[in-house]
Write a protein that binds this ligand. Sequence first.
Ligand code: NAP
Ligand code: GDD
Length: 357
Amino acid sequence: MKKAIITGITGQDGAYLSEFLLKKGYAVFGLIRRSSSFNTGRINHIYTDPHDPNGRLKLIFGDLTDGSNLAKVFHEIKPDEVYNLGAQSHVRVSFDQPVYTADVDALGTLRILEALRSVKTPVRFYQASSSEMFGKVLQTPQTEKTPFYPRSPYGCAKVYAFWQTVNYRESYGMFNCNGILFNHESPRRGETFVTRKITRGATRIKLGLQQKLFLGNLDARRDWGFAGDFVEAMWLMMQQDVADDYVIATGESHSVRDLLDETFEILDLDWKKYVEIDPRYYRPAEVDTLLGDSTKARKVLNWQPKVNFKELVRMMVESDLRLAQRDKTKLRHQESDEEDVKMIMAQTAAGSLGHKK
Ligand code: NAP
Ligand code: GDD
């Protein structure tokens, strides 16, 4: 049985990749950070009892800032494949925490590469590189040959990780791949990324749970795909005879405004009545437009996306509508529970439920 280690298993892509690899028959080992509250919500449905000898998903504590722990994990598990999906992945936040972002996203990748170099069994390595590296784009559409021009601490950190991944491949003959993935979304997307923020906000507005939606730059354009399609490309890269780097994208670009049109139209609402601009969501430097050309992946990996923009938005709206409905029901129950508590307390104070002497 093949063994894969996934860093960032609790994130959006980690959850989809785990499901994908388990279906392929892999034993999956996920690195998780210690957290003061549960952080395994996206993988609970596939998590198996750690003491079950047949359980194929195991979780191990670790952190990309702790190199000695990474080396220990690799030596103990001797994986066939390592997928480095762990990152401080929010571009806006990277402006507030540039040093931390570089430590996790740039040096974290270097720590993995150094640890893997000392593992004696052959290991294949996947690095979650990003279209954010193209930043202020020098060419459209962007291919594997387009020069990088990062526009954020996150983008700079990912460029560093990209080149170290290439460098270790060329210097030490390691099987290292960079997947240069354009934005990919899903119902499991973090709530502060713009797609999910919009589908979540709009569905809550529809059910009366929220009045307004505050956003930043509505003119930004992105090449948005479905995360479930994109994790298949990660795996395909790792199955080739030769390690290489690939752009993974849909080849279609839409603005945040298009996203608002599409989302609110499904819900029969006019977004202009609900959306307000909050400059806090502007970035010190913006990536205005991204559009990927994944011809190489389509030819060499025989990969192509299955879900288009409209289908993606509909999938996210339906899922968020279900969650909003659940929240509304919970709220109603809470209100009636609150009423019950008040009534009981009032009766107690009035003596009808008072303690018997
Ligand atoms: P995500 O949902 O934000 O997940 C990030 C994961 O990294 C989480 O599991 C998080 O753990 C973990 N993590 C954060 N800091 C860590 C640390 N110090 N040590 C170990 N793990 C750490 O991101 P995603 O959307 O799944 O993206 C996966 C990867 O692809 C990231 O590297 C991202 O930068 C890259 N990428 C994403 C896209 C996209 O559009 N989604 C496009 C290109 C590249 P917690 O749950 O504990 O926070
Ligand atoms: N998050 C957010 N919140 N973005 C907003 C908002 C808002 O309220 N309003 C407008 N935007 C704009 C941002 O300025 C940006 O131009 C665009 O929407 C997309 O923002 P995000 O969804 O945060 O994604 P991102 O493109 O910055 O980064 C994502 O994609 C990268 C790949 O290109 C992340 O997943 C990165 O980890 C990933 O590498």
